[in-house]
Write a protein that binds this ligand. Sequence first.
Ligand SMILES: [Zn+2]
Length: 393
Amino acid sequence: MLKLEAGIFLRVFRCQDKQLMHGHLHLCCSDLPASCAATGRMGCTSNEYMCTFCNATIGSLADPTGFDLNYLRPTSDSRLLRYSFMWSETENLDQREFLTRRSGKRWSPLDQLPGWMPSRDNPVDFMHSSLLGIVKHVSCEILLRGGMFIRKANQSNPLEKFESFIQNAILWPASVGRLPKNVRTMAYLAQALSGGRVKADEWRNLAAILFIALYASWQEDGMIPNEEAPLPSHQNLTVAKSMIAQAKLVQKRRQKFLASLNIARNQDGNNPSPPSPRRNYARHYNNVLKVWTQSGSISDYMRAHACLVQAFQDWAAMGCHLVPYCHIALHMLEGLRCNGPVYATWCFGPERHNRILANVNHNGHGAGELESTMARAWLKMQLLQELVRLLRT
Ligand SMILES: [Zn+2]
């Protein structure tokens, strides 16, 4: 990239002589772990440096205050670059460790690029953050494993109504692509922490109809009841265990966060028992409506952003378990202002290309240089597609 910044001579269409061309890395858009690795940041699950864009800690996910941007201090890119160069200039491992703990930043080769800002130029991808992050987490963790589909006494099973609505009540257009056919399968995948078999476009399709499916599942006499879902019985042992584990994690994070704000845990100074997350149908439904607000213009984005903040603040107040992507979504408005609509930067295209390259046959050679093999396979595929196009015409 440094060579490209300085300029190299390349052949150009309809030019006899090679022309001087320059290249510039405008941004590096990826999921959170890849983003941290590429820019030399500490991992997104680290306690103090969860967010690339501000000073939010992982404990802030458990408290509504943690989703109030007025309380958060933006990351200083110049400070990160200063620490990064200090890190690269010392050989002392202890000194490097000290610098990393102080700033959350290690050296990254990208920091050498002219004009590169590690926080500003590193937006988190919408596909990973919203579809594979928030939609999946809200559907599987907050609603399904949070006990919102537990059957009430003498009433039909809300999960069956939800599945029946998705599979039978909607006539999807042919262009829609894939849709999750069984929410239980999704829950299993989420529990296994794989999620690899449920694709981002399936989550996108589910997100488009989630609030209608929830209405079909939860409504009583046309209204979403303003009451708590029943507690899981011994038949729902998986859900009960999951709820206890989530409550403990949320309590631990909240105590850390409040301690960082110098707020006492409780008046007696003792640790309270973990509160059970609130399971109010109406509050969950309102939050889902707010998260899935459609937006097309910048004023719509600002309205959607305000709704998003309210929804996550309410979920945090209800004691629900939230993940770093829920916080990162708060910074999406800044990214949209800098880089345009999400379609301009999302990773659907690159991910599809990754799959093509991953399927390239290299005869079992796992080590060594595979770049030329992949480049040849890529060119061959392009030429074959071009040949098919010419034959059709
Ligand atoms: Zn942040």
